[in-house]
Design a protein around this ligand. Sequence first.
Ligand SMILES: [Zn+2]
Length: 556
Amino acid sequence: MACLVLAAALSVGCQRSSSPGVGLEPGERQGSTKSSLGEAAQSHGTGSPSRPHGTASSSAPAPPPEPPFTSTDSFDLLIAGGTVVDGSGGPGRLADVLIDGDQIVHVGRVDSAVKVARRIQAAGQVVAPGFIDIHSHGDPVAANRNSLAMGVTVICVGQDGRSPSGDRLAYWIPRIGRKRLALNVVPYVGHGTVRGLAKVGLRADLTDKQLARMARIVERDLAAGAWGLTTALEYRPGIFASAAELTAIAKPVAAVDGVVMSHLRSEDDDKIDEAIDELIAQGSSAGARVHISHIKVVYGKGAARAERLLAKLQAARDQGTPITADIYPYNASYTGISIVFPAFALPPNSYQRVKRNRRDELADYLRKRVTQRGGPEATLFGTPPYRGKTLAEVAKKKGKPFEDVLIDDIGPGGVSAAYFVMDDALQSRLLIDPQIAIGTDGGSSSRHPRGYGAFAKVIAEHVIKRRALSIEQAVRKMTGLPAAIVGLDDHQRGLLRAGWAADVVIFDPAAVTDRATYEAPNRLSQGMSWVLVNGQAVVEEGRFTKRRPGRLLIRK
Ligand SMILES: [Zn+2]
């Protein structure tokens, strides 16, 4: 049964061979649209020599069978008889995976005489690289079972403009490096943290001296091992960044071929194009690769809207600015309620004074803004005192307009909520784009299901149920693609290849289930039978072990 379902899942890519499911790696020059998975395998294989496309047609003679791997040495682990989906986007193939220590030794046939300490039977299951959560709010030192249960072995932290501590990474890195980590951690330096360290706080129009100070902090954190920079221009203090500032802080990132990841200045339908232009300008002026965090179009509608955005990203690539994105497979966002308040009601302005002097203006703004975002029914509180209730329900109970609830009972600080502001047709079209990776935008303390379910939901919903992605395409979006964006491929992570790190997951795609919901956002996903981090099992036959083989990964 598992085999049949697996075969069906694996064949989806062939059925959809002319869909826009394949594309280029970040940094590659733009070429013609590839039309088969076989070609995709060649043009997407990070770390593999590129071959001219068109050589993988079905009429090409089959290569001679490779001889089985033999050795008189003994090895730690053999994963036998699974379908290897290696993260490149290329077709899955039956192969054994031989592991020793923290490294993959061989992928292919392994002679039965080779001595191994442990053997895992993987027949009927997919064997893939561990998944990379390119936008995580996980706590690096926590058990991170929410991540491991859905196959995530690497989390990228320091997102949305906030370094993982409010301090220099140069101090944080050695401290965390000594801890026992459950999974691998990739740190980013956050622009908001840098603003704090440079003592410019909430100021706009910084002097050249202040910009130089910020650039130096970024440069030092990169030298300490950060993989790039994150910004959040929709929030304080990122909102105060000028074009000159964005260029200044991106230059040190370009110098190390890192990536600038951005929570855009706006994700609203009528402002996102401008916000993406700003990110592209940052990339092109500094010569840096850029990346859109958790791409979404708030209150936009339809697949055609997604197509227009994707065309914009492609045009930027054509003009020489590599741009990618990540996405989570849910149609509600989750953030602080300040997202619906106007700038004039937020720090450094005094909210109390605004309430006294500009109440009508504020009420009018909130009424329009919330209505535009789907109305008070589309706002579901995730924190006390109204957790589990919508803004409409709270307003009804209190017998007053929702804008008055927001002004008097809630205010711009404190509470967070889920906002059902996205359109499935639009978001699902973005999700299958070959330059868009999967991320959670969550962690174990998330009040949104994405921190516990995002990766499992892509498999359960978009691979198995909708057949919008083949398992190969989905795995690439979770492994090879984010590895190439982050630069982990230079560290031999993100693909299942000999010589690469033994971060490995084993699962039957049909058994993968996300169980977290908006009502119960902290339910673990199911379906990963084995999860290996650096060669050691942290999930073994579906059960957690007590091992903590994770590492803080430092950019070389
Ligand atoms: Zn964000």
